[in-house]
Design a protein around this ligand. Structure first.
Ligand code: PLP
Length: 371
């Protein structure tokens, strides 16, 4: 038996929710309520409840969430911001867009920042740490919070890949000053297009980001008074409606992802040519949500070609850390773990509708490659 297995399960997700989505769209069209209307406000209320923060603000992408975060944290030219190179470029772009300098710290085996290397990188200019909770796994927040408190650093969380993930029972996006989330179609909670939001407990940040996402206008009082220069970065009402539908299913989706991760770990764990991500029960401090299931594989490119040939859409993502992007002129960095892991990464399909027979087929094809 062979299969065609896509990397994402968006078609299944959409067809399951089609009725609910079209009902929501019909209502929105009937009311002509497109920009910053009820669904956005409802989504902000519900997602704040879910993530346990006082506020959240709907934006048009995770990229903008990061940009607004560095702006509202007051990061500016000459400041240094500690982060990782092993992340999509948007994390670093936000730092550079305000003229600050990214200072890269190496990662550890779970692809997240190695907290034990952070203190060595702190200088007088360090203003903030942007942690990236990658692949649905929280960073080690106990150690990181301790460092932030000791050196009075602001903490921004890039949670784009990790909605619902927890560390010591606390959910990501609620640790730092600001949490940045993406609702892009590849994310666990997604919308049919671009979308994102920030979370915060700070009234001032909530107010500022609300203002700048809509051109700095003094709304609802006046459309003519501009309080400061801003952006057009509003979460679309139609997207918010879809996010609300998804939010009700988020726990179930995460459960399903964890079950699949468990299946992969149980069945591939013994293979000595690959290293798996931590299994759902490996370390009780972590509650991982497996936005992606990334293995580190010997002979990576050949394995990926083999899987692709077998009809399995496995991808290698983030294979060149941002410090290696020569055109960006970010200087020379010594990040051995980052570079070692990037040579080996492959993401396997993982999504709620991935059937058990397809999971078995993926496992079988990986085993036969190394046999
Ligand atoms: C870690 C990380 N940060 C930021 C982003 C940016 O999110 P968006 O695509 O919604 O702009 C992404 C999305 O790819 C991401 O994975």
């Amino acid at each position: 038996m062979s299969y065609k297995i896509t990397y994402l399960g968006l078609k299944d997700q959409f067809s399951k929710n089609k009725r609910k989505i079209f009902d929501a769209y019909n209502k929105i069209f009937a009311e002509s309520s497109f920009i910053l209307r009820n669904d956005v406000a409802n989504f902000e209320k519900k997602i704040s409840q879910k993530l346990g923060t006082k506020y959240s603000v709907g934006l048009n992408s995770g990229t903008d969430a990061l940009l607004m975060s560095v702006l509202s944290a007051g990061i500016r030219k000459e400041d240094e911001v500690i982060t990782v190179s092993h992340t999509p470029v948007m994390t670093i772009a936000a730092i550079r867009h305000v003229g600050a300098k990214p200072v890269f710290v190496d990662i550890q085996n779970d692809y997240n920042i190695n907290p034990d290397l952070i203190e060595n990188s702190i200088t007088k200019k360090t203003k903030a740490i942007i942690v990236v909770h990658l692949h649905g796994r929280s960073c080690d927040m106990k150690k990181i919070l301790k460092i932030c408190n000791k050196y009075k650093l602001k903490l921004i969380e890039d949670c784009a890949q990790s909605i619902g993930a927890k560390f010591c029972n606390k959910i990501v996006g609620s640790f730092g000053e600001i949490g940045c989330f993406s609702l892009h179609p590849v994310k666990t909670l997604n919308v049919p297009g671009d979308g994102g939001f920030i979370t915060t407990n700070k009234k001032k940040i909530n107010k500022l980001i609300r203002l700048v996402r809509d051109h700095g206008l003094e709304l609802p009082k006046s459309r003519d008074i501009v309080k400061r220069f801003g952006f057009n970065s509003r979460l679309d009402n139609m997207h918010a409606a879809v996010a609300l539908i998804g939010l009700k299913q988020l726990d179930e989706w995460i459960n399903q992802r964890r079950k699949i991760a468990n299946f992969y770990c149980k069945n591939l764990g013994y293979l000595k040519h690959i290293k798996l991500p931590p299994s759902p029960d490996e370390d009780k401090r972590y509650y991982d949500t497996y936005n992606s299931f990334v293995i580190s594989a010997n002979n990576r490119d050949k394995l990926r070609e083999h899987l692709n040939y077998k009809g399995i859409e496995a991808l290698s993502l983030i294979t060149k850390g941002i410090h290696l992007q020569k055109k960006l002129n970010l200087g020379n960095w010594h990040l051995p773990k980052t570079e070692e892991l990037e040579k080996k990464v492959i993401s396997l399909p993982i999504y709620p509708s991935l059937s058990i027979s397809k999971q078995k087929y993926i496992v079988k094809c990986i085993k036969e490659f190394y046999d």
